[in-house]
Design a protein around this ligand. Structure first.
Ligand SMILES: Cc1ncc(C[n+]2csc(CCOP(=O)(O)OP(=O)(O)O)c2C)c(N)n1
Ligand SMILES: CC(=O)[C@@H](O)[C@H](O)COP(=O)(O)O
Ligand SMILES: [Mg+2]
Length: 635
């Protein structure tokens, strides 16, 4: 029997149902989310917390004319359900399926493509100014979480919001959580607001009290009402926002449709930025997620009854190796400090946090600050490790250049999720870090061939006096080549399999293949070398270890004995290692060497299972071997 959600989905408009059905709709949405995400995986807790909020927004806004801007956008599943995308939900975060984030190409009700935190206010403000220039009438609302509000961009936008002369509604969705517990001064401030009285009631209470004062009471009330500031100083809880030129409304119950609708209506009248502070519960409606919203922030498929992950664990991950190694280094060196930008769990710093709380820093969703904070720690004699996802490190480019590399400070960047990450799609693929790191002077950029070498590299990085970035992929660590563990020498590669360069075969040199593999591509290189060797080709496989500085000594040696070079890297082509090798060959006038640069295409890579994406990109060992054979046959 079609449920209310189906009615809304067909009508593509929540306004078509009766208010008496709202509660049932919310229940149906929650049941649908839990049922589907238990199969596909995804961001469950945040979405369970924003069901009523999203419904209220859809009752207030008229899509697609009005604009709703989600921050991060991981909590927009209900928005997608209310805008006709219910039937695609089983394809959530899969290749060519529904994105886990707002996507304008998916729906004209998605106003901004998001995935990275703290962008909503800036974008919404731009939309407001554009509306005013056009003389438009559309409503514009941004929804930002308390975690995202800890991001620098959000503060930059709030600072600028005072300039607005027309309506922007900012919904602050406060559930006390980022991925882990939210941190910082703003989190504390919001905590005070949460426990404070509601502004609307408080203001009326004060005015009523003053009016009851015999004689002069109503005069004071009148004065106070007229002199807004003193009233606000006296009663308003959201002083910080008010003093910044916004109007603050709240805190209100983010699960109460009436309160939400009243606040939206009240806010819509203001010709300025209005911040509505809503209190929600992350994970609401599913006990395991309510109890552990951090675990259920981003989940794989799970058993609804137990809440347990249905995925069978297949070996240790790079993140777990990082986590254990940092713990060992922390034990050995009391100047080792660890920093995360609101992702202690995802980056594997939870154990370090437990054991060395005084040397652990969660700075909130603030990658820029994290890097320069690390520079400060290094200047103070510490050895800071910034654990961060490749994609989020993009935020801190200038801090790396200007605050760390310029002074060659001993900061270690543990760049996790480097390469194709899969289901989070374009906004999360870790494919740009080699391009934006490897050209920075003084910065060493490394990539381990397997889990054991990640440990070796972290220990090696600790012993360096300058900044080192180590990039490694999401997921299970490669366990092959365990017997290849020669000590790391600065700037030097590791020859894994050396072909017989003394062979007397005709044109041996010309046809001998050199595979220069970086990080995760060494594993692929082993498979490629096996196939080619079985077919009688002479192949040397090198684990380059150092993306920067390049091991030019090795390249010079190999030029004398290998005529076909292939670089293998899991990052975009431009600014990659392969382009560096091409430049080297050109500068050295080594025209007889034929170079095939195998990297990811210079494009955004959509969502999907990592292996599916690699197949589609022809990035699997067999496809790459065929490309190499075709290239070699043309010579
Ligand atoms: C720049 C950036 N850093 C880190 C992340 C990872 N991340 C995704 S959601 C999230 C927490 C967001 O917390 P909040 O805004 O409060 O939303 P909630 O999940 O609580 O609804 C983080 C840190 C990100 N998306 N972007
Ligand atoms: C929405 C967001 O940015 C994070 O939750 C991210 O999806 C985490 O990625 P991992 O699943 O790789 O930890
Ligand atoms: Mg939150």
């Amino acid at each position: 029997m079609a449920g209310i959600l189906d009615l809304v989905n067909e009508a593509n408009d929540i306004k078509k149902i009766k208010p008496s059905d709202y509660k049932a709709l919310a229940d149906e949405i929650r049941e649908f989310l839990i049922g589907n995400i238990s199969k596909t995986g995804g961001h469950l807790a945040s979405n369970l917390g924003t069901v009523e909020l999203t419904m209220a927004l859809h009752l207030y806004l008229d899509f697609p004319a009005d604009k709703l801007v989600w921050d991060v956008g991981h909590q927009a599943y209900t928005h997608k359900l209310l805008t006709g995308r219910k039937k695609e939900f089983s394809s959530l975060r899969t290749y060519e399926g529904l994105s886990g984030f707002p996507k304008r190409k998916e729906s004209d009700c998605d106003s901004l493509d998001t995935g990275h935190s703290s962008t909503s206010l800036s974008a919404a403000m731009g939309m407001v100014q554009a509306r005013d220039i056009r003389g438009g009438k559309e409503k514009i609302v941004a929804v930002i979480g308390d975690g995202a509000l800890s991001g620098g961009m959000a503060f930059e936008a709030l600072n600028n919001a005072a300039e607005l002369k027309s309506n922007l509604i900012i919904i602050l969705n406060d559930n006390k959580m980022s991925i882990s517990e939210n941190v910082g001064g703003m989190a504390n401030y919001l905590g005070k607001l949460r426990t404070g009285d509601k502004y609307i009631n408080l203001k009326q209470t004060v005015e009523k009290a003053l009016n009851n004062v015999p004689g002069i009471g109503h005069i004071i009330a009148d004065k106070v009402r007229k002199s807004k500031d003193s009233l606000k100083r006296l009663v308003i809880p959201g002083m910080l926002f008010e003093d910044m030129g916004l109007t603050y409304i709240g805190p209100i119950d983010g699960h109460n449709l009436n309160e939400l609708s009243t606040a939206l209506l009240s806010a819509s009248k203001a010709k300025k930025a209005v911040l509505i502070h809503v209190i929600t519960k992350k994970g609401r409606g599913y006990k395991p997620a309510e109890k552990n919203p951090s675990y259920f922030h981003g989940v794989d498929a799970f058993d609804i009854k137990t809440g347990k992950n249905s995925k069978v664990k297949k070996g240790i991950t790079y993140t777990e190796i990082f986590s254990d190694t940092i713990l060992e280094l922390g034990e050995k060196y009391d100047n080792l400090t660890a920093i995360t930008a609101a992702m202690p769990s995802g980056t594997g710093l939870n154990k370090f946090k437990q054991k060395y709380p005084e040397r652990f820093f969660d700075v909130g969703i603030a990658e820029e600050h994290a890097v320069t904070f690390a520079a400060g720690l290094a200047l103070g004699g510490m050895k800071p490790v910034v654990a961060v996802y490749s994609t989020f490190l993009q935020r801190a480019y200038d801090q790396i250049v200007h605050d760390v590399a310029l002074s060659s400070l001993p900061v270690i960047f543990a760049v996790d999720r480097a390469g194709i990450v899969g289901n989070d799609g374009e906004t999360h693929q870790g494919i740009f870090d080699v391009a934006f790191l490897s050209h920075i002077p003084n910065l060493t950029v490394m990539a381990p061939k397997n889990g054991a070498e990640l440990k070796q590299m972290l220990i090696f990085a600790y012993e360096q006096n300058g900044p080192v970035a180590i990039r490694y992929p999401r997921g299970k660590a490669y366990e092959g080549l365990a017997d290849h563990n020669e000590p790391i020498v600065y700037g030097k590669s590791e020859i894994i399999f050396q072909s017989n360069i003394d062979g007397k075969k005709k044109n041996a040199h010309k046809n001998r293949i050199l595979l220069l593999a970086a990080g995760s591509m060494v594993e692929t290189g082993v498979e490629i070398r096996d196939i080619l060797t079985r077919e009688g080709r002479e192949v040397t496989l090198v684990n380059i270890r150092f993306i920067a500085p390049m091991d030019t000594e090795l390249l010079t040696d190999m030029a004398a004995s290998h005529g076909i070079w292939v670089t293998l890297e899991e990052n975009i082509k431009h600014g990659g290692y392969g382009e560096g090798v091409a430049a080297y060959l050109f500068e050295k006038n080594l025209r007889n060497i034929k170079l095939l640069n195998i990297s990811l295409p210079n494009q955004f890579i959509e969502q999907g299972d990592v292996n599916v994406l690699k197949d589609k990109l022809g990035f699997d060992a067999v496809s790459l071997t065929n490309r190499i054979k075709e290239f070699a046959s043309e010579i």
